[in-house]
Design a protein around this ligand. Structure first.
Ligand SMILES: [Zn+2]
Length: 258
């Protein structure tokens, strides 16, 4: 049994992997995050490994990792597990899940929820750079609107869940596709496609997973040279990050990663 955890600003999801099946549960981050190690090890004592996806930027250091920034978390949880564990950025876990389940070795994953995250999979592995590679939400798209990270004019400040007023209604009515934030999102995806040239882009998260992949595809292609092809997918699984964290723990700790 391997436990995958997704620690988000509001909810913490747990996906328990047995063979290749998952059982999922959701908890309030405010109730479990402070003692997450104890909570997980008490409730899932048979776990042989633990994977954590967290809404934070991580920097890899010689003895593990250091959390550099977590704009959407009120506090950083203590994560010292007695079992073998991996901790990674939540969008990296999402991208890993999408790469494995959609079957692409080279993929760019983007999560649109409260914030906007991004993760790069190159030849089946997470590409981290110095830590924050792929963070498309904090690339400049114009203007000077203040972002949660302290920067200005970032994509997240125009298309993150916190920045789009009435986002749920706009998705339901289709109005979302007419807004400036969506236009900037598609331009940003096209830019990422030219830099990374992945086989596919996977869009997920509470907001991203509810968007129409064919509309995104059409609007991304507008900004790309006609010879560049990419497949855009949406991933509608709310537990994609937790599942991806479990898969990453399995493949990293038991070295099943290709
Ligand atoms: Zn930012």
């Amino acid at each position: 049994m391997i436990v995958g955890i997704d620690i988000g600003g509001t909810n913490t999801d747990v996906a328990v992997m047995k063979d290749n099946d998952f059982e999922v549960r959701t908890f309030r981050t405010s109730e479990v995050a402070a003692n997450i190690s104890e909570f997980i090890e008490k409730n899932w004592s048979e776990a042989v490994a633990i994977g954590v996806g967290i809404a934070a930027w991580l920097k890899l250091v010689p003895d593990g990792f250091r959390i550099v920034k977590a704009p959407n978390l009120s506090r950083i949880p203590e994560m010292t597990f007695s079992k073998p564990s991996v901790v990674d950025n939540d969008a990296n876990c999402f991208a890993y899940f999408a790469s494995r389940t959609l079957g692409y070795e080279n993929l760019f994953g983007v999560t649109v929820g409260t914030g906007i995250g991004g993760g790069v999979i190159a030849k089946g592995k997470i590409y981290r750079g110095c830590g924050a590679a792929g963070e498309i939400g904090h690339t400049y798209v114009g203007g000077d609107r203040e972002c949660k990270c302290g920067g200005r004019g970032h994509l997240e400040a125009y298309f993150g869940g916190w920045a789009v007023e009435g986002v749920d209604r706009k998705i339901e009515t289709g109005e979302i596709y007419e807004c400036e934030g969506f236009r900037l999102f598609c331009i940003s995806l096209a830019n990422a496609v030219m830099i990374l040239h992945p086989e596919a882009v996977a869009v997920g998260g509470r907001i991203g997973g509810r968007l129409d992949a064919s509309i995104i595809q059409e609007n991304v292609e507008k900004w790309l040279p006609s010879v560049i092809e990419v497949e855009i997918h949406t991933v509608k699984d709310d537990y994609a990050v937790a599942k991806g964290a479990a898969m990453l723990a399995r493949d990293t700790i038991f070295q099943t990663q290709p």
